[in-house]
Write a protein that binds this ligand. Structure first.
Ligand code: COI
Length: 357
Protein backbone atom coordinates (compact mmCIF):
# COMPACT_ATOMS: atom_id res chain seq x y z
CA UNK A 1 0.00 0.00 0.00
CA UNK A 2 1.40 3.42 -0.86
CA UNK A 3 0.83 6.34 1.43
CA UNK A 4 0.11 9.79 0.12
CA UNK A 5 2.29 12.40 1.78
CA UNK A 6 0.73 15.84 2.13
CA UNK A 7 3.23 18.68 2.05
CA UNK A 8 3.02 22.08 3.68
CA UNK A 9 6.12 24.25 3.41
CA UNK A 10 7.46 27.00 5.64
CA UNK A 11 6.98 30.53 4.34
CA UNK A 12 10.63 31.35 4.95
CA UNK A 13 13.50 28.90 5.50
CA UNK A 14 15.81 29.40 8.50
CA UNK A 15 18.74 27.75 6.77
CA UNK A 16 20.66 31.02 6.38
CA UNK A 17 20.71 31.44 10.17
CA UNK A 18 22.91 28.34 10.63
CA UNK A 19 26.67 28.59 11.03
CA UNK A 20 27.51 25.35 9.25
CA UNK A 21 31.13 25.54 10.41
CA UNK A 22 30.14 25.44 14.08
CA UNK A 23 27.17 23.17 14.57
CA UNK A 24 26.59 21.76 18.03
CA UNK A 25 25.23 18.20 17.97
CA UNK A 26 21.50 17.93 18.50
CA UNK A 27 20.42 21.53 18.95
CA UNK A 28 19.69 22.84 15.46
CA UNK A 29 16.67 21.60 13.55
CA UNK A 30 15.75 21.96 9.90
CA UNK A 31 12.57 23.63 8.64
CA UNK A 32 10.32 20.59 8.22
CA UNK A 33 9.38 17.30 9.82
CA UNK A 34 7.52 14.23 8.66
CA UNK A 35 4.62 12.95 10.75
CA UNK A 36 2.35 9.93 10.38
CA UNK A 37 -0.40 8.72 12.68
CA UNK A 38 -1.32 5.13 13.52
CA UNK A 39 -4.83 4.28 14.63
CA UNK A 40 -7.47 1.67 13.83
CA UNK A 41 -4.69 -0.69 12.76
CA UNK A 42 -3.16 1.46 10.03
CA UNK A 43 -0.82 4.34 9.28
CA UNK A 44 -2.48 7.41 7.82
CA UNK A 45 -2.36 11.23 7.75
CA UNK A 46 1.22 11.25 6.42
CA UNK A 47 2.46 14.79 6.14
CA UNK A 48 5.56 16.91 5.87
CA UNK A 49 5.02 20.20 7.61
CA UNK A 50 6.93 22.97 9.34
CA UNK A 51 8.74 21.64 12.42
CA UNK A 52 6.50 22.41 15.34
CA UNK A 53 5.79 21.45 18.94
CA UNK A 54 3.38 18.59 19.48
CA UNK A 55 0.50 18.80 21.86
CA UNK A 56 0.13 15.85 24.23
CA UNK A 57 -2.31 14.65 26.87
CA UNK A 58 -0.80 14.14 30.36
CA UNK A 59 -1.98 10.53 30.25
CA UNK A 60 -0.17 9.79 26.98
CA UNK A 61 1.12 6.24 27.45
CA UNK A 62 4.70 7.00 26.43
CA UNK A 63 5.11 9.36 29.36
CA UNK A 64 4.21 6.65 31.83
CA UNK A 65 5.28 3.29 30.43
CA UNK A 66 7.89 4.24 27.87
CA UNK A 67 6.80 2.80 24.54
CA UNK A 68 9.24 4.89 22.53
CA UNK A 69 11.80 3.78 19.93
CA UNK A 70 14.03 5.63 17.51
CA UNK A 71 16.64 5.47 14.80
CA UNK A 72 19.65 7.63 14.05
CA UNK A 73 20.82 8.02 10.47
CA UNK A 74 22.55 10.57 8.29
CA UNK A 75 22.12 12.30 4.95
CA UNK A 76 25.24 13.71 3.33
CA UNK A 77 26.09 15.49 0.09
CA UNK A 78 27.90 13.93 -2.83
CA UNK A 79 30.80 16.11 -4.01
CA UNK A 80 28.58 16.99 -6.99
CA UNK A 81 25.92 18.31 -4.58
CA UNK A 82 23.39 15.45 -4.74
CA UNK A 83 21.91 14.44 -1.37
CA UNK A 84 22.67 10.89 -0.28
CA UNK A 85 21.32 8.45 2.28
CA UNK A 86 23.36 5.64 3.82
CA UNK A 87 21.88 2.12 4.00
CA UNK A 88 18.38 3.44 4.78
CA UNK A 89 16.76 0.02 4.37
CA UNK A 90 18.77 -1.29 7.33
CA UNK A 91 17.37 1.48 9.50
CA UNK A 92 13.83 0.59 8.41
CA UNK A 93 14.55 -3.00 9.37
CA UNK A 94 16.03 -2.11 12.75
CA UNK A 95 13.20 0.29 13.59
CA UNK A 96 10.76 -2.52 12.97
CA UNK A 97 12.80 -4.96 15.05
CA UNK A 98 12.63 -2.45 17.92
CA UNK A 99 8.91 -1.95 17.27
CA UNK A 100 8.31 -5.69 17.43
CA UNK A 101 10.09 -6.00 20.80
CA UNK A 102 8.10 -3.08 22.22
CA UNK A 103 4.68 -4.26 20.99
CA UNK A 104 4.46 -1.38 18.54
CA UNK A 105 3.28 -1.52 14.92
CA UNK A 106 5.69 -1.87 11.98
CA UNK A 107 6.29 1.14 9.83
CA UNK A 108 6.00 -0.26 6.29
CA UNK A 109 9.56 0.00 4.85
CA UNK A 110 8.21 1.74 1.73
CA UNK A 111 6.53 4.40 3.87
CA UNK A 112 9.76 4.84 5.88
CA UNK A 113 11.80 5.23 2.68
CA UNK A 114 9.30 7.48 0.89
CA UNK A 115 9.12 9.74 3.92
CA UNK A 116 12.91 9.95 4.17
CA UNK A 117 13.50 10.61 0.48
CA UNK A 118 10.78 13.23 0.30
CA UNK A 119 11.86 15.00 3.48
CA UNK A 120 15.59 14.96 2.74
CA UNK A 121 14.93 16.16 -0.81
CA UNK A 122 13.05 19.13 0.68
CA UNK A 123 15.77 19.77 3.29
CA UNK A 124 18.74 19.31 0.93
CA UNK A 125 20.03 22.81 1.66
CA UNK A 126 20.33 21.82 5.31
CA UNK A 127 22.92 19.14 4.58
CA UNK A 128 26.30 20.51 5.68
CA UNK A 129 28.88 20.38 2.89
CA UNK A 130 31.81 19.90 5.29
CA UNK A 131 33.13 16.31 5.40
CA UNK A 132 32.33 14.60 8.69
CA UNK A 133 29.26 16.82 9.18
CA UNK A 134 25.85 15.63 8.05
CA UNK A 135 22.12 16.08 8.27
CA UNK A 136 21.28 13.76 11.17
CA UNK A 137 17.90 12.12 10.70
CA UNK A 138 15.92 11.09 13.73
CA UNK A 139 12.97 8.81 12.91
CA UNK A 140 11.07 7.91 16.07
CA UNK A 141 7.80 6.35 17.16
CA UNK A 142 5.88 6.71 20.39
CA UNK A 143 2.61 5.62 21.93
CA UNK A 144 -0.20 8.17 22.04
CA UNK A 145 -3.14 6.47 23.76
CA UNK A 146 -4.47 8.51 26.67
CA UNK A 147 -4.80 5.82 29.28
CA UNK A 148 -3.35 5.12 32.71
CA UNK A 149 -3.20 1.36 32.52
CA UNK A 150 -0.21 -0.79 31.65
CA UNK A 151 -0.93 -1.95 28.13
CA UNK A 152 0.41 -1.43 24.66
CA UNK A 153 -1.05 1.58 22.94
CA UNK A 154 -3.46 1.34 20.03
CA UNK A 155 -2.32 4.65 18.57
CA UNK A 156 1.14 5.98 17.72
CA UNK A 157 2.97 8.80 16.01
CA UNK A 158 5.92 8.26 13.71
CA UNK A 159 7.99 11.39 13.17
CA UNK A 160 11.22 12.18 11.36
CA UNK A 161 13.22 15.28 12.29
CA UNK A 162 16.38 16.53 10.59
CA UNK A 163 19.30 18.17 12.37
CA UNK A 164 22.45 19.53 10.76
CA UNK A 165 25.28 18.18 12.92
CA UNK A 166 29.01 18.15 13.31
CA UNK A 167 30.83 15.24 14.97
CA UNK A 168 29.21 13.85 18.14
CA UNK A 169 32.56 13.61 19.93
CA UNK A 170 34.86 16.52 19.22
CA UNK A 171 37.75 14.91 21.07
CA UNK A 172 38.96 11.39 21.87
CA UNK A 173 36.82 9.54 24.37
CA UNK A 174 37.78 8.35 27.86
CA UNK A 175 35.87 5.32 29.12
CA UNK A 176 35.39 3.71 32.51
CA UNK A 177 34.39 0.04 32.69
CA UNK A 178 31.19 -0.02 34.76
CA UNK A 179 31.30 -2.55 37.59
CA UNK A 180 28.10 -1.76 39.47
CA UNK A 181 25.36 -0.85 36.99
CA UNK A 182 24.36 -2.76 33.85
CA UNK A 183 22.89 -1.66 30.55
CA UNK A 184 21.15 -4.83 29.40
CA UNK A 185 20.43 -8.42 30.34
CA UNK A 186 19.74 -11.47 28.18
CA UNK A 187 16.09 -11.40 27.27
CA UNK A 188 15.85 -7.66 27.92
CA UNK A 189 15.67 -4.81 25.44
CA UNK A 190 19.38 -4.07 24.98
CA UNK A 191 19.29 -4.91 21.30
CA UNK A 192 16.34 -2.63 20.60
CA UNK A 193 16.77 1.10 20.06
CA UNK A 194 14.47 1.96 22.92
CA UNK A 195 14.42 5.40 24.56
CA UNK A 196 14.53 3.80 28.04
CA UNK A 197 17.94 2.21 27.38
CA UNK A 198 19.37 5.70 27.10
CA UNK A 199 17.50 6.95 30.17
CA UNK A 200 18.87 4.05 32.22
CA UNK A 201 22.43 4.88 31.15
CA UNK A 202 22.29 8.48 32.37
CA UNK A 203 23.04 7.91 36.04
CA UNK A 204 26.10 5.66 35.57
CA UNK A 205 27.27 8.02 32.81
CA UNK A 206 26.91 10.95 35.20
CA UNK A 207 29.02 9.15 37.81
CA UNK A 208 31.65 8.39 35.18
CA UNK A 209 31.65 12.03 34.07
CA UNK A 210 32.05 13.23 37.64
CA UNK A 211 35.11 10.99 37.87
CA UNK A 212 36.60 12.57 34.74
CA UNK A 213 35.48 10.11 32.04
CA UNK A 214 33.31 10.76 29.00
CA UNK A 215 31.30 7.56 28.99
CA UNK A 216 30.74 4.16 30.50
CA UNK A 217 32.08 0.96 28.99
CA UNK A 218 29.32 -1.56 29.73
CA UNK A 219 30.12 -5.09 30.85
CA UNK A 220 27.76 -8.06 30.81
CA UNK A 221 25.12 -8.22 33.52
CA UNK A 222 25.91 -11.73 34.80
CA UNK A 223 29.63 -11.68 35.51
CA UNK A 224 30.80 -8.13 34.81
CA UNK A 225 33.32 -9.84 32.59
CA UNK A 226 32.48 -9.46 28.92
CA UNK A 227 32.57 -6.12 27.14
CA UNK A 228 29.27 -4.99 25.63
CA UNK A 229 29.15 -1.48 24.14
CA UNK A 230 29.54 2.14 25.12
CA UNK A 231 25.87 3.11 25.03
CA UNK A 232 26.39 5.87 22.51
CA UNK A 233 28.29 3.52 20.19
CA UNK A 234 29.63 0.00 19.62
CA UNK A 235 33.25 -0.76 20.43
CA UNK A 236 36.19 -2.29 18.55
CA UNK A 237 39.60 -3.44 19.78
CA UNK A 238 42.55 -3.47 17.41
CA UNK A 239 45.12 -6.14 18.24
CA UNK A 240 48.39 -6.53 16.34
CA UNK A 241 46.95 -9.34 14.19
CA UNK A 242 43.15 -8.92 14.34
CA UNK A 243 40.24 -6.68 15.19
CA UNK A 244 37.72 -7.87 17.76
CA UNK A 245 34.25 -6.53 18.53
CA UNK A 246 31.66 -8.01 20.90
CA UNK A 247 29.14 -10.23 19.10
CA UNK A 248 25.59 -8.89 19.07
CA UNK A 249 23.73 -11.71 20.78
CA UNK A 250 20.80 -9.83 22.28
CA UNK A 251 22.19 -7.30 24.75
CA UNK A 252 24.08 -5.06 22.32
CA UNK A 253 22.66 -2.65 19.78
CA UNK A 254 23.10 -3.96 16.24
CA UNK A 255 24.91 -0.89 14.99
CA UNK A 256 24.72 -0.16 11.29
CA UNK A 257 28.06 1.66 11.39
CA UNK A 258 29.44 -1.36 13.27
CA UNK A 259 28.19 -3.69 10.52
CA UNK A 260 29.54 -1.40 7.80
CA UNK A 261 33.00 -1.19 9.36
CA UNK A 262 33.18 -4.97 9.73
CA UNK A 263 32.30 -5.34 6.06
CA UNK A 264 34.88 -2.72 5.01
CA UNK A 265 37.60 -4.41 7.07
CA UNK A 266 36.73 -7.84 5.68
CA UNK A 267 36.85 -6.38 2.14
CA UNK A 268 40.35 -5.25 2.94
CA UNK A 269 41.34 -8.74 4.00
CA UNK A 270 41.65 -7.82 7.67
CA UNK A 271 40.87 -10.46 10.28
CA UNK A 272 37.74 -9.38 12.14
CA UNK A 273 36.28 -11.43 14.96
CA UNK A 274 32.78 -10.92 16.36
CA UNK A 275 32.78 -12.81 19.62
CA UNK A 276 32.69 -12.55 23.38
CA UNK A 277 35.63 -10.54 24.60
CA UNK A 278 36.40 -10.18 28.27
CA UNK A 279 37.82 -7.11 29.93
CA UNK A 280 40.58 -9.39 31.28
CA UNK A 281 41.60 -10.42 27.76
CA UNK A 282 41.78 -6.75 26.84
CA UNK A 283 43.90 -5.91 29.87
CA UNK A 284 46.21 -8.86 29.23
CA UNK A 285 46.68 -7.87 25.58
CA UNK A 286 47.36 -4.30 26.66
CA UNK A 287 50.04 -5.46 29.11
CA UNK A 288 51.67 -7.63 26.41
CA UNK A 289 51.63 -4.81 23.91
CA UNK A 290 49.24 -6.73 21.62
CA UNK A 291 46.39 -4.25 21.95
CA UNK A 292 47.21 -1.17 19.96
CA UNK A 293 43.98 0.74 19.50
CA UNK A 294 40.33 0.91 20.45
CA UNK A 295 37.55 2.89 18.83
CA UNK A 296 33.81 3.38 18.98
CA UNK A 297 31.40 3.20 16.04
CA UNK A 298 27.93 4.64 15.68
CA UNK A 299 25.85 6.79 13.38
CA UNK A 300 26.29 9.91 15.50
CA UNK A 301 29.86 9.12 16.59
CA UNK A 302 30.90 7.71 13.18
CA UNK A 303 34.33 6.39 14.29
CA UNK A 304 35.41 7.81 17.65
CA UNK A 305 38.97 7.43 18.90
CA UNK A 306 39.31 6.15 22.43
CA UNK A 307 42.23 7.59 24.36
CA UNK A 308 41.71 5.79 27.67
CA UNK A 309 39.89 2.86 29.23
CA UNK A 310 39.94 2.43 32.98
CA UNK A 311 38.87 -0.69 34.86
CA UNK A 312 39.20 -0.26 38.62
CA UNK A 313 42.77 0.86 39.15
CA UNK A 314 43.97 -0.45 35.83
CA UNK A 315 44.38 2.20 33.19
CA UNK A 316 44.90 1.65 29.48
CA UNK A 317 45.95 4.63 27.43
CA UNK A 318 45.98 4.57 23.66
CA UNK A 319 48.54 6.66 21.91
CA UNK A 320 47.39 8.81 19.04
CA UNK A 321 50.31 7.66 16.92
CA UNK A 322 48.70 4.17 16.79
CA UNK A 323 45.22 5.26 15.72
CA UNK A 324 45.75 3.99 12.20
CA UNK A 325 42.84 1.60 11.71
CA UNK A 326 40.29 4.00 13.14
CA UNK A 327 41.61 6.92 11.10
CA UNK A 328 41.52 4.89 7.87
CA UNK A 329 38.02 3.66 8.60
CA UNK A 330 36.71 7.10 9.50
CA UNK A 331 38.15 8.53 6.32
CA UNK A 332 36.72 5.70 4.24
CA UNK A 333 33.22 6.04 5.63
CA UNK A 334 33.26 9.83 5.24
CA UNK A 335 34.65 9.48 1.68
CA UNK A 336 31.93 6.96 0.86
CA UNK A 337 29.32 9.38 2.15
CA UNK A 338 30.74 12.11 -0.06
CA UNK A 339 30.81 9.80 -3.10
CA UNK A 340 34.61 10.13 -3.30
CA UNK A 341 35.42 6.41 -3.25
CA UNK A 342 33.65 3.63 -5.15
CA UNK A 343 30.61 2.24 -3.35
CA UNK A 344 30.93 -1.42 -4.31
CA UNK A 345 28.06 -2.53 -2.10
CA UNK A 346 25.34 -0.06 -3.06
CA UNK A 347 25.23 1.41 0.42
CA UNK A 348 25.03 5.03 -0.66
CA UNK A 349 21.58 5.83 -2.00
CA UNK A 350 20.93 9.05 -3.96
CA UNK A 351 17.86 10.85 -2.66
CA UNK A 352 15.09 10.88 -5.22
CA UNK A 353 12.27 13.34 -5.31
CA UNK A 354 9.69 11.58 -7.44
CA UNK A 355 7.94 10.17 -4.37
CA UNK A 356 6.42 13.61 -3.73
CA UNK A 357 2.75 13.65 -2.89
C1 COI B 1 23.15 7.39 16.95
O1 COI B 1 24.35 7.10 16.84
O2 COI B 1 22.50 7.76 15.98
C2 COI B 1 22.45 7.28 18.22
O3 COI B 1 21.28 7.14 18.23
C3 COI B 1 23.22 7.39 19.48
C4 COI B 1 22.91 8.61 20.25
C5 COI B 1 23.91 8.69 21.34
C6 COI B 1 22.97 9.88 19.49
Amino acid sequence: MTHKITIKKVAQSRVNEIDFDNIPFGREFSDHMFEATYSDGKWHSCEIKPLSRISIHPAMLTLHYGQAIFEGMKATKHVDGRPLLFRPELHAERLNASAHRMCMPDVPPQLFLDALHTLVDMEAEWIPARKGSALYLRPFMFATDEYIGVSSSTSYKFIIMCLPVGPYYSKPVKLRAERKYVRAVDGGVGEAKVAGNYAASLYPARLAKEAGFDQVLWLDAHEFKYVQEVGTMNIFFVFKDKIVTPATTGTILKGITRKTLIEIMKDRGMQVEERKISIDEIKEAYKNGDLVESFGAGTAAVVANISLIQDGDFQMTFDESNWKTSRDLKKHINDLRAGEVPDNHGWVIPVHSEVMA
